[in-house]
Design a protein around this ligand. Structure first.
Ligand code: ATR
Length: 277
């Protein structure tokens, strides 16, 4: 809290100018008529620990964390939630009144909330999920799928050992599929999730063959720039239910906003419009 008793929070990353979180938080502060500040903070790797230890002393109640600091902040925090420990990364730091820094990871929560909102019939029981990619985002997605009760996950990654490593940390529900066979696993999937950077503006195009996609399969892409990726366009044409990745970004911010500013915010069309403006 500041001396004026107004909550102060922000987002740390390197770079930070691209982050949409300040726009999002300011939209919610205005919508819910809350007094508060939420600012972007550029933090280099070398300064990370010092900055995190200093923010509470400056009156910050917490901060979000974006690339490349999500793994390192877990080491700096005094405590971590089970889900942050399992994922091995944190995107939310809570500066507690007792001086302790508490790390949480709400990416998986945001992923599931977005899926449920974008595909209202979606439930863990609808069948196997196919996950493309095995980086940090995939870790959060897989942890959340297992947490809500998905029984079977097919996982494919260009660098196969990274997929095998995820299988060893999450257990037997995962079947690793070779990257060249990734298109085949889509046939058996009720949910398909792209966690790779393929299709993102400035990155190589998404080229996994999509002929295996079935009508009614729920397809989501964590890439949200562009909002309508080739994967989503082709999946929609194949009769799939498509969910874009912007909602995950919005939903993962809900727990932090609620904790710091005292209202659980809605993610709706106005929220999307505010962030895309
Ligand atoms: P994030 O934390 O956002 O998941 P990351 O850890 O860098 O970012 O992971 C990026 C993912 O995109 C990885 O699964 C990566 O595959 P590799 O593990 O083989 O690197 C995947 N990816 C990036 N570029 C790719 C490409 N050209 N072809 C296939 N997969 C790619």
């Amino acid at each position: 809290m500041t001396d004026l008793n107004i909550p102060l929070a922000g987002v740390i990353g390197n770079p930070i100018a691209q982050s949409r979180s300040p726009q999002l938080f300011r939209h919610w502060l205005k919508t819910y008529d809350r007094a508060g500040f939420y600012i972007p903070i550029h933090v280099t790797e070398a300064n990370l620990a010092d900055v995190i230890r200093t923010l509470p002393k400056m009156g910050f109640v917490g901060c979000n964390v974006t690339a490349p600091h999500k793994v390192d902040v877990l080491e700096i925090a005094d405590l971590a939630t089970d889900r942050a420990t399992l994922i091995g990364a944190a995107n939310t730091l809570i500066f507690r009144k007792d001086g302790k820094i508490h790390a949480d990871n709400t990416d998986g929560y945001g992923f599931i909330a977005n899926l449920k909102q974008g595909a209202p019939g979606w439930a863990p029981s609808i069948g196997p999920a196919a996950v493309l990619g095995a980086g940090g985002a995939a870790r959060a997605v897989i942890a959340s799928l297992i947490d809500v009760g998905v029984q079977e996950i097919f996982l494919s990654n260009r660098t196969r050992p990274k997929a095998e490593a995820l299988k060893s940390s999450f257990g037997t529900k995962i079947t690793v599929v070779d990257w060249v066979q990734a298109g085949n696993m889509l046939e058996d999937a009720a949910t398909v999730i792209n966690t790779t950077s393929l299709g993102m503006t400035g990155k190589p195009e998404f080229r996994v063959p999509l002929d295996g996609l079935r009508r009614g399969t729920v397809v989501t892409d964590l890439v949200y720039s562009p909002l309508r990726t080739r994967l989503l366009i082709e999946a929609e044409a194949a009769g799939c239910v498509v969910v874009d990745g912007l909602g995950m970004l919005l939903h993962q911010a809900v727990p932090g906003f609620e904790r710091w500013f005292g209202v659980r915010p809605e993610v709706d069309v106005d929220t999307r419009a505010a962030v895309l403006a």
